[in-house]
Design a protein around this ligand. Structure first.
Ligand code: GLC
Length: 436
C-alpha cells in the first residue's frame, strides 16, 4: 500500500462508523434496489416509478441528526444506483429527481444537511446503468434484459455510455463542493478496470478532488479486493477495500502483512433499498458488537438505512440507531481512532486499542474476578469503567494467586463474588498501561 493512501485515509480510519443510505425509485416497489433486474423489468415498465416518485417526507436534516446521534462520522448516499435514476440534477439525463414530483436536487440537499452537522459526506455512484441505451444488455450477468431475445443482436456504443458515465462523475466532483468519499459500484467479470476507462476516470476525479477517498470497486467488488492489497496498487485500486455483508476474519492485510484500510458495508435487515416485508432487523446489541469487531480488526463499519418512498428512514432503523447512539455516547472513545490491539482477543469479548490505552469490551460476565488476558498484574497504570469514569477495583485475591501472569479486576467489591455486568451489551473497561 502506498503512503498516499495511508495519508488520505487517516481521518476515515479514525472515524470508524458511517451511515450508508440506499434510496431511489426502488423504494416504491419496496423489495430492494435490485428489483428491476430480479423481475427482468423493461425500462418502460420500471419508469412508472419515476412518475410516482413523490418523497413528501424527505428531510435530510432529520437523517443527519439521526446519524450524528448514532455516533456516525460520515455518510454515503446513492446518487445513482444500478437502475440509472439520479437523485442529482444531471445535465446529461432527464431521468433525475429534478424531473419528478420532488422537483429538486436531492443530493445537494443531502450534502448541505450532513455538512451542517459536521458529518463527512460521500456519494455512491453506480458504474452499471440499466437505464442507459448503450449499456450491454443481452447476455450481461445482471441486466434486466439479459434474457430478452430482442436485444440479442442489438448494437450498442459502449464508448458513448462511458462518456455519459464519466460525464456524470465529473458533474458530481465539480458541482457539489468538497466530497469526502466516492463510492463506485461495481465491477464484475471483464467489466472491470480499464473497461470503465478507470485510469482516465480517476485522473479526472483526482484533478478536482485530490483528497477524496475512493473505494476499490472500479477494480474489485464486495468479494474481491483487487490490487489495493498488493505491493503495486493500480491507479484505480481505490483507497480502501469494501467487504460486503462479511467481516473479514482477520481484517485486511497486504502481501507484506501491512494493514489495508477497509470498510464493512452491511444492511440492518437483509436489503439495502427499502423493503416493506423485511423485518429481519439485527438488534442494536449485535450491531454494536459487530462495530467493535470491525475496529478490533482494523476496519470501519458503514451501516445501511433504506428510506421509504416518502423519504423516511424506517422506524425500526431509527430505534436501532438511537440504541447504538446511547451506547456510543458513553463508549465511543473505544471506537474512534482505535484499532487492532497488541494483545490477542480475550475469550470474554474483544480488545480495541489506541496508543497505550487498551479498551476491554466485556460481553460475558466472569465467575469471580475477570482475568485481563495478556495483561500482566503490574502493567495497568489505571483501570476505569469507560461509561462513567469510575475506577475499577482490582480482582487479585487468594484464589487468583496461582495466576501470576494475569491482571484481574472485579465488577463489585469482593473478588471471589460474581456480579452482573453493568452493560449487558458491552461493558467497556479503559485500561491505561504503564509506559514501557
Ligand atoms: C452491491 C449491490 C448493491 C449495493 C451494494 C452495497 O454490490 O449491487 O445493490 O448497493 O453492493 O455495497
Amino acid at each position: 500500500m502506498n503512503q498516499e493512501i495511508k495519508k488520505r485515509t487517516k481521518w476515515f480510519m479514525d472515524a470508524r462508523f458511517g451511515m450508508f443510505i440506499h434510496w431511489g425509485l426502488y423504494a416504491i416497489p419496496a423489495c430492494g434496489e435490485w428489483m428491476m433486474s430480479e423481475k427482468e423489468m423493461p425500462v418502460k415498465e420500471y419508469e412508472k416509478y419515476f412518475y410516482m416518485f413523490d418523497p413528501v417526507d424527505f428531510n435530510p436534516r432529520q437523517w443527519a441528526k439521526l446519524a450524528k446521534k448514532a455516533g456516525m462520522k460520515y455518510a454515503v448516499l446513492t446518487a445513482k444506483h444500478h437502475d440509472g435514476f439520479c437523485l442529482f440534477d444531471s445535465a446529461l439525463t432527464d431521468y433525475k429527481a429534478t424531473n419528478t414530483k420532488a422537483g429538486r436536487d436531492l443530493v445537494r440537499e443531502f450534502l448541505d444537511a450532513f455538512r451542517e452537522e459536521e458529518i463527512k459526506t460521500g456519494l455512491y455512484f453506480s458504474i452499471i446503468d440499466w437505464h442507459h441505451p448503450d449499456f450491454p444488455k443481452y447476455g450481461d450477468r445482471q441486466h434486466p434484459m439479459r434474457n430478452c431475445e430482442a436485444y440479442r443482436d442489438e448494437k450498442i456504443n459502449f464508448d458513448r455510455y462511458l462518456e455519459y458515465m464519466h460525464g456524470q462523475v465529473k458533474e458530481l466532483v465539480t458541482g457539489y463542493g468538497k466530497l469526502d468519499i466516492l463510492w463506485f459500484d461495481f465491477s464484475y467479470d471483464d467489466m472491470c478496470g480499464e473497461k470503465w476507462k478507470a485510469t482516465e476516470l480517476i485522473k479526472m476525479v483526482r484533478k478536482y478532488q485530490p483528497d477524496v477517498i475512493i473505494d476499490n470497486r472500479l477494480e474489485g467488488g464486495g468479494g474481491k479486493y483487487g490490487s489495493i492489497a498488493t505491493e503495486n496498487p493500480l491507479i484505480y485500486s481505490g483507497d480502501f477495500a469494501s467487504p460486503e455483508q462479511i467481516i473479514p476474519p482477520c481484517g485486511v492485510r497486504g502481501e507484506k502483512g501491512e494493514l489495508i484500510p477497509w470498510e464493512l458495508c452491511a444492511t440492518m435487515n437483509n436489503h439495502w433499498g427499502y423493503c416493506n416485508f423485511d423485518y429481519e432487523y439485527k438488534p442494536a446489541e449485535m450491531l454494536i458488537r459487530k462495530l467493535v469487531e470491525c475496529v478490533s480488526k482494523g476496519g470501519n463499519m458503514l451501516l445501511n438505512v433504506g428510506p421509504d418512498a416518502r423519504g423516511r428512514i424506517p422506524e425500526q432503523s431509527v430505534k436501532i440507531l438511537e440504541e447504538i447512539g446511547a451506547w456510543m455516547e458513553k463508549n465511543s472513545e473505544s471506537i474512534y481512532g482505535c484499532g487492532i490491539s497488541d494483545i490477542p482477543k480475550p475469550e470474554w469479548g474483544r480488545y480495541t486499542q489506541k496508543n497505550n490505552t487498551v479498551y476491554a469490551h466485556v460481553y460475558e460476565a466472569p465467575l469471580g474476578a475477570l482475568p485481563l488476558y495478556g495483561i500482566g498484574p503490574d502493567e495497568p497504570e489505571r483501570i476505569f469503567y469507560l461509561a462513567d469514569g469510575s475506577e475499577m477495583k482490582r480482582g487479585e485475591a487468594w484464589n487468583t494467586a496461582m495466576f501470576t501472569e494475569t491482571a484481574f479486576v472485579t465488577f463489585g467489591e469482593v473478588a471471589a463474588y460474581t456480579y452482573p455486568l453493568p452493560d449487558k451489551t458491552d461493558t467497556v473497561l479503559k485500561i491505561e498501561l504503564k509506559k514501557k
